[in-house]
Write a protein that binds this ligand. Sequence first.
Ligand code: NAD
Length: 279
Amino acid sequence: MAGSAEQRRAPLDVRLLEGQKALVTGANSGIGKATAIALGRAGADVVVNYVAGAQEAEEVVARITGFGVRAYAHEADVSDEDQVVAMVARMVEEFGTIDIMVANAGLQRDAAVTEMTLAQWQKVIDVNLTGQFLCAREAAKEFVRRGVVPEVSRSAGKIICMSSVHQIVPWAGHVNYASSKGGVGMLMQTLAQELAPHRIRVNAIGPGAIRTPINRSAWDTPQAEAELLELIPYGRVGDPEDVADAVVAMASDLLDYVIGCTLYVDGGMTLFPGFATGG
Ligand code: NAD
């Protein structure tokens, strides 16, 4: 049906983000990796955050510098306040400032609620929700301090929260994850309301089913993929590049008047496809 990401799309040569400085968390795998590369291709200098897997992070850095922009890898756990503060401080030192924060890092620790430990609950909330708060806060401080630089962007800064369709779709067996993403939705909207007067744009991207390591079991056998496709009206599982290109658009001045929105990149998963024939 649909070809690979490389087959179906021409390279995005327009350098929509020329001269901007971006940080992507969890950027050595899946959606974060594709996003960091897409931001570099669009002309941004990029900090590639990772928590484990230095070699993969360096490979992403090499891809990005190949576009003639700057990049470096930075190890930090997004749920650790000191490490996030130090990561953004180093970026301001090395790149001069930050224009785009993509709070992407996330994980799952699945269990039925009757089996779920407090540690499983807390780990997911710490990384997926508190991690996004810390990254958004540190970026916002620098955006407010610096203000708008018209030659760079119409806004003083962009915060993009990587959410999920589970921001609004309940998910049995994943109460920690769904709660974290529901929280990300309200975090994003509240920050958008609070920071818009500073000309800071806060938005979220809500991926559906994207082929990455986080959900390998959902697509890596023909039977699993067939079951997954029943939830996707558009008839294909998403690629990380589908999400990455949405982040580039969201970060660019093309969407300067978009504030406090969640853009679902989900092949129609949030359209309740079961109701196409039932209900
Ligand atoms: P992934 O497992 O490939 O990538 C997750 C990244 O986050 C990895 O690089 C991982 O090392 C990093 N990470 C985990 N804990 C971290 C921490 N404490 N500090 C810093 N980095 C940390 O999975 P992915 O699918 O690329 O997920 C990226 C984001 O997209 C997540 O927020 C996930 O919830 C979201 N998402 C993914 C899908 C999907 O179908 N793949 C759907 C909806 C939302």
